[in-house]
Write a new protein. Structure first.
Length: 365
């Protein structure tokens, strides 16, 4: 594709994108010749498929669409700042931009978890709909404003897997004493189920599982899990990913840096984040389907569903955890109320559309 065609496409998409944005993002001409060089820190291993490469792709697309006026240097987790310090680094202006998962702010900004993954919550398409059209983006930006940050949805890995285990999970008692790498509210659910949640960056998961420092881990899905070699460190692979039914990822931009950009570059950034979100979901759907075949063909891997008793127990604990969070934190109450109101509405539609089609398709095949 020629650059002028690409830029033209971006501009056209921008006009459509502005119609669904909560903020004005009119695309202006490129008469402004001022250039910008930004740094973007991430939570991901260097050039990691999906998660890590999405940010590299974003930087490349922004540079092309802006004709080189906005260049973004991407740093993997740990290269410039530790993986779990992205939020703080961008907030204080040490770098202009960051990419990660909002649920890593648990304990610092608990309400941010609603924009990432709530156990048994919104799926990826439902989360996208809430953020883009259901008022979620406005709430998100209100939440981050005191931290000098402007958030954007920038990626979604779709429904994840339940994780890799070095022991069988046959009933709720098997969760007791389980030391599992699991972030966000899912970690609190495991803790109340009798386990011990552990927070680890992706780069430390394999070694921790292999050495027995942890008994189990969730990561993403077959696409990333197999490339990480997790199948070499654990035998049992459980589904579904109750803890992350549609985890949204964020691009956060320092407010001062954002305000320094002309309107056309702001529009390019916003539109590119939307394109990355759509692209990542497609990449993971394809990658997981291909990698699942390797799982099914490997005699050393036992692919298993969680027993219904276990899922119902985890769901019950989830509602207790969420209720307590909303009662104790005004921001979580406001955002959580909007989240669950939207979930009730969108689930009624999902039940008579996607769910029925998937169930019927399975029966026919």
């Amino acid at each position: 594709m020629k650059r002028r065609d690409f830029v033209g496409g971006i501009a056209a998409a921008g006009l459509a994108g502005c119609a669904q944005s909560s903020e004005e993002c009119a695309v202006e001409g490129n008469s402004n010749s001022e250039t910008f060089e930004w740094s973007c820190v991430t939570s991901w291993p260097s050039r990691f498929p999906g998660l890590g490469m999405a940010v590299e792709n974003l930087a490349e697309r922004v540079e092309r669409a802006s004709a080189g006026r906005l260049k973004i240097k991407v740093y993997a987790g740990g290269e410039l700042v530790p993986p779990f310090e992205v939020f703080d680094a961008v907030s204080r202006g040490a770098v202009e931009m960051g990419h990660g998962a909002p649920y890593t702010h648990k304990g610092k900004l608990d309400a941010a978890q609603f924009f990432c993954a709530i156990p048994f919550g919104l799926t990826n398409m439902e989360l996208n709909a809430w953020i883009y059209y259901g008022g979620g983006l406005k709430l998100w930006r209100e939440l981050y404003k005191p931290f000098n940050l402007v958030p954007f949805l920038c990626g979604n890995t779709a429904v994840q897997m339940g994780g890799w285990f070095n022991k069988e999970i046959n009933n709720i008692d098997d969760l007791k004493g389980l030391k599992m790498r699991i972030p966000g509210l899912g970690g609190e659910v495991i803790r109340r189920a009798g386990g011990t949640p552990v927070t680890l960056p992706g780069s430390e998961i394999f070694t921790s599982l292999q050495t027995g420092a942890i008994d189990a881990t969730e990561w993403v899905g077959p696409y990333n899990d197999i490339s990480f070699g997790l199948h070499k460190a654990a035998k049992y692979y459980y589904y579904p990913g109750w803890q992350e039914p549609g985890p949204g990822l964020e691009c956060i931009i320092n407010t001062d840096a954002w305000n320094s950009l002309p309107k056309d570059l702001q529009a390019i950034l916003e539109i590119t984040c939307q394109s990355i979100t759509a692209d990542m979901a497609a990449e993971y759907t394809n990658g997981n389907a291909n990698s699942l075949q390797q799982v099914l063909e490997d005699e050393n891997i036992e692919l298993r569903p969680f027993p219904n008793e276990v899922l119902q127990h985890l769901k019950k604990i989830t509602m207790e955890v969420v209720t307590e969070l909303m009662e104790s934190d005004p921001a979580s109450n406001k955002i959580g109320s909007a989240f669950y109101e939207y979930l009730d509405k969108v689930q009624a539609n999902s039940n008579i559309t996607e769910k029925i089609i998937l169930d019927t398709r399975t029966e026919i095949l």
